[in-house]
Design a binder for this molecule. Structure first.
Ligand code: MV4
Length: 684
């Protein structure tokens, strides 16, 4: 086995491969772009080397740079993951030329399968069914019309160099063909540098069923069963599962044998996947072969008990497959959903920024392969997939139930995700019945998942309790409240104190969300250490006693009478982000008086005043201490931000209650710098 392997990838798959190497005692070397300096795969690796700027073309796709890093640092092999260079035959050849083992198939097999038409010819010659079509040299409209008439409309035009849906066109009639042909050729040329197209009969609303295969360098080839990946959005897979409910044992064996023949016909070695379309009548057609480890490989791992990355490493190291086809016995049912940083409310556009909280469910039968952790950045430069949630159970209904549980216990704050869509699918009757096809997302209405849900009272309550808890801890220790950055002993997340009432005064909180105002009133419970609450003017939970306990990583455990709820929270400026039962909410606090308005405020009610930083910056000077008496218009704190100095000025005369920061502190926008008592009742 290798002693040292370089992983030429990023994100969850790099983390996955690094873990597999380390478990085998192999040193895992990472490469990273300037945007990924602090990324999860860099933290996980045994060593990491910067290979260039953020754009993939200048880093993760730079063959010469990656190969030279591998050679310079003593790697014996390179694992390409998926995407990037994983299906680039030139990269595989460059590895070989540099004396490195490419953990993947031989370049010739990659080249053959890279051409969809050559692949079809090769597997058809090996007796694998393919969709009837035309894949000849003649690319003119008349030839295509003649061939389409022979095949029978509707037909599909596809790019020979393509895959993944680019350059694809459905044609229903002879009249439509010339225009569709020109468009498909243009698109293929632009996307792949090759305008060659071919024709196939259209298979209507098929299932996408793919077979995982493994081939060693000694002529052994087996399949590990199938994955049904029918649920896709714009050729992006969303849900994958194994087994496919539409296969009988006989059909599975037949398609598996066809996949093995397809792999053999290409001289294939390593892990690979043969994609098929399966029509309503149980007929199957080879589509293409993916010559890489796939995103959805964990589904197969959970039903077979095999580790595909281990096996890839063993095969690449020249070891024979350690089992025969008969010894592979899939058990139970596994389902994977892909968590994308995409905003359903905003047309599923990628959502970027800091992931304030990423909290994955942990339970038997639940696996989370993630490329991020709390505090990580999601940038515009790479694929928006954050993580994969994979569940396994003895049968499909149990797996779906486990999936629902896992999705309800997943918290992502800071970037929008497709989690609402995933939860809607898991609850949808046709999905639950196994009635899926490639048309599933178009033929089912998931628009409810693209709208913000109303704010549950529990969410407003959680935010108020979180603020009360944070303030209580900070007050108790004379320290600053949680600001999303601190990890010190007085961070309420780690302080493990229960929300207690220090002052005994009723506390009022106001928030807005989606144009609606929400209010929470917390009345200290004279009998205990909790509160009685009302939300939006109504008593909450019949005035049960309520308390909250922070448990780290943004987790807050609420006790509402006998009921327990967990949620995750984070602060971002004036916004408080909450994850509750799998849904994310953003509640905006009333903007505290900033420098401008404080200086000119005359209509603000007197009371307890929190003076906040108008923007992120560094505290340059603090002129007052706790207990000081101040005049109106006195400069209390000077903040440096945006290359300027900003004075934080007292709006009224009063007494300084709290000075959470000292000179030199770096603070986020909205951070409270001074709390003043101006005489009248406290207001939040
Ligand atoms: C097809 C097809 C129907 N008939 N070919 C889409 C991506 C590419 N790998 C092949 N694709 C398709 N080829 C024929 N002859 C329907 C699709 C297709 C599809 C396939 C798998 C998963 C999702 C899909 C969504 C739309 C279309």
């Amino acid at each position: 086995m290798f002693k040292s392997v370089l992983i030429a990838n990023r994100g969850e798959i790099a983390v996955r491969v690094i873990a597999a190497c380390q478990q085998l005692g192999i040193r895992a070397l990472a490469v990273y772009s300037e945007a990924d300096r602090h990324a999860a795969h860099v933290r996980a690796a045994d060593a990491a080397y910067c290979i260039g700027p953020a754009p993939a073309r200048e880093s993760y796709l730079d063959i010469a740079r990656i190969v030279s890093v591998a050679v310079a640092h003593g790697a014996e092999a390179i694992h390409p993951g998926y995407g990037f260079l994983s299906e680039n035959a030139d990269f595989a050849a460059a590895c070989a030329d540099a004396g490195l083992v490419f953990i993947g198939p031989p370049p010739e097999a990659m080249r053959l399968m890279g051409s969809k038409t050559a692949a079809k010819r090769a597997v058809a010659a090996a007796g694998v069914p393919t969709v009837p079509g035309y894949a000849g040299e003649q690319q003119d409209a008349r030839t295509m019309q003649r061939e389409a008439a022979r095949i029978g409309y509707p037909v599909m035009l596809k790019a020979a160099a393509g895959g993944g849906g680019k350059g694809m066109r459905v044609v229903h009639s002879r009249e439509e063909l010339p225009e569709a042909l020109a468009a498909a050729q243009r698109e293929a040329l632009a996307a792949f540098g090759d305008g060659t197209v071919f024709l196939e009969k259209l298979v209507v609303a098929p299932r996408h069923v793919e077979f995982q295969i493994l081939a060693d360098a000694h002529g052994h080839c087996v399949h590990l069963g199938e994955r049904d990946c029918s649920i896709q959005r714009r050729h992006q897979k969303v849900v994958e599962e194994s087994p496919c409910v539409a296969l009988t044992p006989d059909l599975r064996a037949e398609m598996g044998a066809a996949a093995v023949r397809a792999a053999r016909s290409a001289g294939y070695v390593n892990a690979g996947t043969c994609e098929f379309l399966l029509d309503r009548d149980g007929r199957y057609y080879f589509l293409e072969m993916n010559t890489r480890l796939q995103v959805e490989h964990p589904v197969t791992e959970l039903v077979t008990g095999l580790d595909l990355v281990n096996l890839q490493l063993a095969i690449a190291a020249g070891e024979p497959l350690p089992f025969t086809q008969e010894q592979i016995v899939p058990r139970g049912h596994a389902i994977e959903v892909r968590l994308y940083a995409e905003d359903p409310v905003n047309g599923y556009l990628p959502s970027t920024g800091t992931v304030a909280v990423f909290a994955a469910p942990r339970a038997p039968g639940v696996r989370v392969d993630a490329g991020i952790a709390s505090g990580d950045e999601v940038s515009v430069h790479y694929d928006p997939m954050l993580a994969k949630l994979i569940v396994a159970a003895p049968d499909r209904p149990a797996a779906v139930a486990r999936l629902q549980w896992a999705l309800e216990h997943l918290a992502v704050l800071g970037v929008a995700t497709n989690a609402p869509l995933l939860r809607a699918i898991a609850a949808e009757p046709d999905f639950r019945a196994g009635e899926t096809s490639t048309a599933y997302l178009e033929t089912h209405d998931f628009t409810a998942a693209t709208r913000h849900p109303d704010t549950p009272p529990d969410v407003s309550l959680a935010v108020a309790l979180w603020e009360a808890t944070a303030a209580a801890s900070a007050g108790a220790h004379g320290m600053r409240p949680y600001n999303g950055l601190s990890n010190g002993p007085y961070n309420p997340w780690t302080a493990r104190g229960t929300a207690t009432t220090l002052s005994g005064a009723t506390r009022r909180f106001r928030y807005t969300r989606a144009g609606r105002d929400h209010s929470v009133e917390l009345v200290p419970d004279p009998a205990g250490d909790g509160y009685r609450a009302s939300v939006d003017g109504a008593p909450f939970a019949s005035n049960d006693a309520i308390s909250a306990t922070p448990r780290g990583n943004g987790l807050l455990v609420l006790a509402i009478g006998e009921r327990r709820e967990t949620c995750h929270l984070a602060r971002r400026g004036y916004d408080i982000l909450v994850s509750f039962r799998g849904d994310a909410y953003t509640l905006a606090k009333p903007r505290p008086l900033d420098v401008e308005s404080t200086a000119h405020a005359s209509d603000v009610a007197a009371g307890r005043q929190a003076l906040a930083a108008p923007m992120a910056g560094t505290v340059i000077k603090v002129n007052v201490a706790e207990g000081d008496t101040v005049e109106a218009q006195q400069t209390l704190v000077v903040l440096g931000a945006m290359k300027m100095e900003h004075a934080v000025i007292s709006p009224y005369p009063g007494r300084v209650l709290r000075v959470p920061h000292q000179a030199g502190d770096v603070v986020p926008g909205g951070e409270i710098l001074i709390e003043l008592d101006t005489g009248s009742p406290p207001q939040e």
